[in-house]
Ligand binder design. Structure first.
Ligand code: CP
Length: 307
């Protein structure tokens, strides 16, 4: 593999590139099972996690991944930085550059923020979520989790439920799944379906009960309750009634199907607690795979070589 400098999205990745991340991540899964789960691959490298939006899973997962590869890690949070005093993204970037950081993991509310930094900095840039655009490592860990549960993507039927229009997770997953030849469908109220979604080759449904029994993978997205004022759905209660993953709906699913959620989950809204904690749920596998995938991403983009 001759890796590109940055990982900004899934849209432009080939199936071969996606599989190379998986293959390396699977090797790192074995490293993570060792009593001392550390390799010296990135010793001497410095990785910065630059998060302008809140995160639990992604920032911690990247930090753990970098430490498992023996890199030095610096965690940046907007609230404690000079950004809160008005410093621009470019000035922040230039200061980072002056400190000779090798790689930057960036999350920002603006679509394109990661691409902008990639154009400004010699350091490699990994997009950890840019607005509603892309969240590539989330999609890679989701795809890896699907692959662990099913033989191939070609016959796989994946349903994504929720606010597709504002979801970078949905976009990145759709790009990756379509590249790998999976069948993808979305189900949501019409207000949460983006215009032109059919061009991505996904099927669109509005009635969950009619179709949930057809799918191997059912992924619920976080309902952004803070958006309720935007009129996307009349009430949280109505959303749960029509689109929530309840135990009644789980009984309608295929016997070997799995349930996914990228987190953070609103228990009792898009997914009921007993469903999130059920045997069908692979939510914690997603989190576990996130460390291995991010080790693979850091290794590759920091210039490591795959044997
Ligand atoms: N899935 C995800 O991006 O979670 P965080 O917002 O906690 O990083």
């Amino acid at each position: 593999m001759n890796p590109k400098k940055d990982l900004l999205g899934i849209e432009k990745l080939t199936g071969k590139e996606i599989n190379q991340y998986f293959n390396l991540a699977n090797k790192f899964v074995k490293v993570l099972e060792r009593p001392i789960p550390i390799v010296p691959s990135l010793r001497g490298k410095t990785i910065l996690t630059l998060f302008f939006e809140p995160s639990t899973r992604t920032q911690i997962s990247f930090s753990v991944a970098a430490k498992r590869l023996s890199a030095d890690v610096i965690n940046f949070s907007q609230s404690t930085s000079s950004v809160s005093k008005g410093e621009t993204l470019l000035d922040t970037a230039k200061n980072i550059e002056a400190m000779k950081v090798d790689g930057v993991i960036v999350r920002h509310s603006a679509p394109g923020a990661a691409k902008y930094l990639a154009e400004q900095l010699d350091a490699f840039i990994i997009n950890a979520g840019d607005g509603s655009h892309e969240h590539p490592t989330q999609a890679l860990l989701d795809l890896m989790t699907m692959r662990q549960n099913f033989d191939n993507f070609k016959d796989l039927k994946v349903l994504i439920i929720g606010d597709i229009a504002h979801s970078r997770v949905a976009r990145s997953n759709i790009f990756g799944l379509k590249t790998l030849d999976a069948q993808v469908a979305i189900c949501a109220p019409p207000t949460m379906i983006p215009l032109g979604i059919n061009k991505l080759g996904v099927d669109v449904f509005y009635n969950l009960d009619d179709i949930i029994g057809d799918f191997d993978v059912v992924m619920a997205l976080r309902i952004q309750i803070e958006r309720q004022g935007a009129g996307l759905f009349p009430s949280v209660r109505e959303y749960r009634t029509l689109y929530g993953l309840t135990k009644e709906r789980v009984h309608m699913m295929k016997p070997k199907s799995i349930i996914m959620h990228p987190g953070p989950a609103n228990r009792g809204v898009e997914i009921d607690p007993e469903v999130a904690d059920s045997d069908k749920s692979v939510i914690l596998d997603q989190v576990k795979n996130g460390v291995a995938i991010r080790m693979a991403v850091l290794f590759i983009h920091a210039g490591g070589r795959i044997e």
